[in-house]
Design a protein around this ligand. Structure first.
Ligand code: SF4
Length: 353
């Protein structure tokens, strides 16, 4: 059973309750004053680069740092990584830190309090169950037959991102604002995110530049910038090759995305591959799945994912470590990959404009 403190993590408001309207400070603009990259960077007191350690984050980071170098603004850049604990691929935090060090910018790591994604899923289940049973009792129904809403995060209830990433990063924003003291105006934070239109239809609808009114207040104005929103996969990999920043080895194994090893929104090939690479973690997910009574992914249980992974292992044998640079070579060729690996080894970066 989760503790009372864990249960308190989730505010599961009844669907019928009126939504709390959040007051936005009157100083917060409705729309950005500019969408021109150089103007956005010059206007910012802090240039905050969100890094999952993945390929999009790192290509965004080297791209923005190159622009910042050109404008003499590298000292305003901070890379922030939201540490997801053991549900993300091993050494992701260290990689994000190494990338920041090589880029010569400040690195901050933030972590949500109150357990990782699995602990939160269990806690959320008990909270949802208690709510469903209470509603059933109030309506004169048998509480043991009450239908409990899915506890796992999903595309429509993406509480993992808000709880584990967005919330802790906003706390860092508060700290950064305090560091600057009283400027006589709200501190301007340019919050850079590596989301791309090519990733999904919902991401394609996102604006490359917008005011984050929910994160803004009387003390800080936050502008969200998606600097690589229009980039293709090939452009991302070319930027990685060009920059000389190391990338995570999960891509060489064949993963298309990083962050959580098992993402509720990940494609089937990714989660099955992750189950072959991290069987113990997959077993933990399967155990939580049993506890909360719903599939980890909509229409695809972790039990089934583990089974498919085991079938592939039986058919093809255990996975063998691929050569370093496998993923990159698919986009830039073997020669360019060799050059890149040698530069990573020497720690040589290319931030020249
Ligand atoms: S990687 Fe997937 S599961 Fe993990 S926090 Fe992001 S959306 Fe949620």
């Amino acid at each position: 059973m989760p503790s009372t403190a864990q249960l308190g993590l989730f505010d599961i408001t009844p669907a019928t309750a009126p939504k709390r309207v959040r007051r936005i400070h009157p100083s917060v603009p409705e729309v950005p004053a500019t969408t021109v990259p150089a103007a956005l960077l010059r206007a910012a007191d802090w240039i905050l680069l969100n890094s999952s350690g993945g390929k999009d984050s790192q290509s965004m980071a080297s791209h923005v740092c190159r622009l910042a170098v050109k404008l003499g603004l590298l000292h305003r850049v901070v890379i922030v990584h939201a540490d997801l604990g053991d549900v993300e691929w091993g050494r992701t935090r260290q990689l994000a830190e190494d990338q920041a060090r090589r880029l010569g910018v400040r690195f901050e790591v933030v972590k949500a309090e109150g357990g990782d994604l699995l602990a939160r899923t269990v806690a959320r289940f008990f909270k949802l169950k208690a709510k469903a049973e209470k509603e059933a009792r109030e309506e004169g129904r048998d509480p043991s037959t009450a239908k409990v809403a899915p506890a796992w995060p999903s595309a429509s209830a993406r509480w993992c991102t808000s709880d584990l990433k967005r919330g802790p990063i906003r706390k860092l924003m508060t700290r950064l604002v305090a560091e600057l003291g009283d400027l006589g105006r709200p501190v301007r934070i340019l919050n850079c995110i590596g989301q791309r239109a090519a990733e999904s239809a919902p991401r394609a609808k996102l604006a490359p530049v917008e005011i984050d009114r929910a994160a803004s207040n009387g003390k800080r104005h936050v502008t969200t910038w998606r600097p690589i929103h229009g980039w293709t996969d090939a452009e991302v990999w070319k930027e990685i090759a060009r920059s000389g920043l190391p990338y995570h080895e999960a891509y060489d194994w064949g993963m298309s995305r990083l962050s959580c090893s098992f993402c509720v929104l990940g494609c089937e090939a990714d989660v099955v591959l992750a189950a072959r690479l991290r069987p113990e973690k997959a077993a933990e997910y399967a155990a939580v799945e049993k506890k909360v009574g719903t599939d980890f992914k909509h229409g695809l249980s972790m039990q089934e994912i583990v089974k498919r992974g085991a079938e592939l292992d039986a058919e093809h044998g255990k996975l063998k470590r691929p050569p370093r640079g496998t993923a990159l070579a698919m986009y830039v060729g073997k020669n360019a990959t060799r050059t890149y690996l040698a530069r990573v080894e020497r720690g040589r970066l290319d931030l020249a404009v």
